[in-house]
Design a protein around this ligand. Sequence first.
Ligand code: AMP
Length: 399
Amino acid sequence: MKVIVINCGSSSLKYQLLDMDGEALLAIGIVERIGIEGSQLKHETTGKGKELIVTPMKDHKEALSVVLNALTNEKYGAIKDLNEIDAAGHRVVHAGEKFSGSVLITDEVMEALEECIDLAPLHNPPNIMGIKAIQELLPNIKNVGVFDTAFHQTMPKESYIYPIPYEYYEKYAVRRYGFHGTSHRYVSARAAEMLGMDYNNMKIVSCHLGNGASLAAVKNGKSVATSMGFTPLEGLVMGTRSGDLDPAILTFLMNKENLSIQEMDDILNKKSGILGISGISSDFRDVENAAEAGHERAKLALTIYQNRVKEYIASYAALMGGVDVIIFTAGLGENSPPDRKAICEGLEFMGVEIDSEANNVRGKERVVSSENSKVKVLLVPTNEELMIARDTEEIVSAL
Ligand code: AMP
């Protein structure tokens, strides 16, 4: 079965075409600047190299139509005919409390996703546009929705209810949802495979450390706690997002600086985190370089970042009554040996011991803890697209 995986952002569209017989990647690409001057598609077919297509694309449907043309292009395409595509898997950010797993897209599912727009006003509309575009351009194939929030729907109530008046949960569904669920699910199941352990009988802390970052406590194959909350703003310090802070800071600053709600929201989402503390960049590479050159606030930003991850790992170990495996994944988790080392340092008391030599690796599956480490520390590159394609194949083949 050939599956196209679609991940739509507000002005971007990422895709992969996979042949699920052998899980081979046939083509991969990204459209950028949809609806903005300078729209372009970067396409790559396995074995045929890269192609840049610059052409106006006013919306996601036009973008997808350019993608489908690229996929079937005689010179640099991956398939001869669009009929070869059997199904589409869509990444959807927010499914609220409606879905705890991936689902076949039906009219009822579309309605449910529209209802969740309120909870993810920036993310769900482009995700919905992507589904509608495929429905129009490839009307004969089935679509499957795979949700970032779904994996965390197994959290017990005590993990998702906030200590504010209960009526806000009942009235507005204000609760912890959690994100990066597809990534946490993929890497935690993969870690069990790598170690030959029983996924349904182990305690895992999964650290997805990218531009956005979150931790998940996965006990016996189920998410029982996660650091992102009602929105992806809570939890860890991120590139530009604050993560946890005293909520009273908001009203204090709004009052002092005469800030509107939107301005305060922008500060917390776009001007805080590593960028806010260091004043240098939201990219960890820049901040790490500056720290090495002796920049004090860059050093401070990294230490605050690493300490926050460490605190969460320890608190999730406490919550689960122990931890067997700690996983690092995503941009920073996969590519920064010094950050992995700094995060694990100090956790020796709970049986965590990094092997500096094994840890000196980027982007490869590997155990990076020492032989004697009671807790196994793993680097597992995430692959959300493969997970989406697998779910899509499973659901469509069962029809
Ligand atoms: P992601 O959102 O998973 O694509 O992660 C992107 C982030 O990973 C970037 O903002 C970088 O800060 C970080 N990153 C990528 N490569 C490295 C590296 N070699 N060292 C440190 N950080 C990295």
